[in-house]
Design a protein around this ligand. Structure first.
Ligand code: FE2
Length: 171
């Protein structure tokens, strides 16, 4: 179901639809992470994916709590955007042999996932402040903060990898 479906007639419908969109996305990300952990070469990157997998599980639980508090059925709706991002990540990672380049591709893919989630949670947080309870807004905010933090960690790992690469080129 797309955003311009006839089933969405008011802001609350849109809020619930977007909750279901990110709920689906979180499940897809949870399914994709073990493979990313497997492929990552840098121990630091592996570790950050492992941490984020645990956070993703927690984010799924938070969304279940949001559905409960908002009084709507807990379910996902297809989200072609996250499917596309993950599919592209898979294709790119599958084609790279060089370990350092593979890590760079994985970081880039993970950051596009994070940015998708940041936009969804950012929107949901603003809508929740109007349509939901304070507790709902608080739960969404907690996940938004985790996603932003993960994005920053990935930026730092990428910067360090670039440094190492520059040093190895210079010597
Ligand atoms: Fe997430």
């Amino acid at each position: 179901m797309g955003w311009f479906s006839k089933d969405i007639t008011n802001m609350d419908d849109l809020f619930v639809h977007t909750l279901r969109d990110i709920y689906y996305a979180e499940h897809q990300i949870r399914r994709a992470l073990p493979d990313m952990i497997d492929k990552a070469t840098s121990p630091e990157l592996k570790q950050s994916f492992q941490t984020h997998m645990r956070e993703t599980e927690q984010q799924i639980v938070r969304l279940q709590e949001v559905f409960r508090l908002h009084g709507v059925e807990e379910k996902g709706v297809n989200c072609p955007a996250i499917d596309g991002i993950l599919e592209e990540a898979n294709e790119v990672a599958g084609e790279v042999d060089d370990k350092q380049v593979l890590d760079a591709a994985l970081i880039a893919a993970a950051q596009s996932v994070e940015h998708y989630e940041i936009t969804r949670y950012g929107t949901l947080k603003r809508w929740a402040e109007v349509l939901g309870t304070a507790k709902v807004a608080e739960l969404i905010k907690a996940s938004l903060q985790e996603e932003s933090q993960t994005d920053e960690i990935l930026t730092r790992i990428a910067a360090r990898a670039n440094e190492t690469e520059r040093e190895s080129v210079a010597t």
